[in-house]
Design a protein around this ligand. Sequence first.
Ligand SMILES: *[C@@H]1O[C@H](CO)[C@@H](O)[C@H](O)[C@H]1NC(C)=O
Ligand SMILES: *[C@@H]1O[C@H](CO)[C@@H](O)[C@H](O)[C@H]1NC(C)=O
Length: 287
Amino acid sequence: MSSLIFIFLLVIVLHVVLAREIRRNEEIISFDQNYKVTWGDNHVMSINQGKEIQLTMDYSSGSGFASKITYGSGLFHMRIKVPGRDSAGVVTAYYLNSQGNSHDELDFEFLGNREGKPYTLQTNVYANGEGSREQRISLWFDPTTDFHDYKILWNPHQIVFYVDNIPIRVYKNNSNIGVGYPTKSMQIIASLWNGDWATDGGQTKINWTYAPFKANFQGFDVSGCQSQSLNIDQNCLSNSYWWNDKQYWQLDLIAQKQYENVKQKYMNYDYCKDRQRYPIAPLECLH
Ligand SMILES: *[C@@H]1O[C@H](CO)[C@@H](O)[C@H](O)[C@H]1NC(C)=O
Ligand SMILES: *[C@@H]1O[C@H](CO)[C@@H](O)[C@H](O)[C@H]1NC(C)=O
């Protein structure tokens, strides 16, 4: 009995140590270690010795950054605070993207809105050059006032988008029945740009009175498998990477419940249910 208690305590202690370790990495790893500025140089500001980055958009330019290397699997995350006040037409994006033709892409896109109206968070999945798989949710918090954590799990079995550890989208590897699934090395990218199309289907435009728009980013640690060739390095599919381990092959019961709840309460657009665009639901929607 006492040995059981001991093991129980040990597990708790290990959990705490591990959580602190992850937290510590996040605090220690600075922007320059894993990322570089790729767009709008003078619109990017480093804060607190590179522990935080602020992207700015004004009439002359937006801005962005990207990972120095490309990856073939991982559990990617970024802590983000999106532009406040009137942000209609302003898009903050955090995504994975491959090079060349028939590209793969996994997107978080925050679609700004008029002051007082809620942000919409759009996700999309491109595989082999095919996208048009938009889903949109309204968030259960105001993403402009605090940092929240946005994650993308990508392993050989599933892609999961998380908001503060709540799964908001699952895309399964159904390649055995002919559904596209990313196979190319991807770079991590974040940007702030003029998305004229984004708000109310493009009808609500940017009000430049409110420029410059500012988005802040933290958490430049990366848990990913380096993969430098166009197609992912087969090594990145190995179960020895923790994000490829069996517990990440599907949502557990609690996560499944959370996901159902998000779909019921917060999802306001799902391409799987759009019969005008897709008279027959795409194959992946049935599984
Ligand atoms: C997707 O699943 C198939 C098995 O159904 C597997 O062979 C393939 O490696 C997986 N694809 C990726 C990119 O992980
Ligand atoms: C932009 O915002 C300003 C300040 O709130 C307002 O006076 C103006 O009418 C707005 N312009 C448009 C085109 O909505």
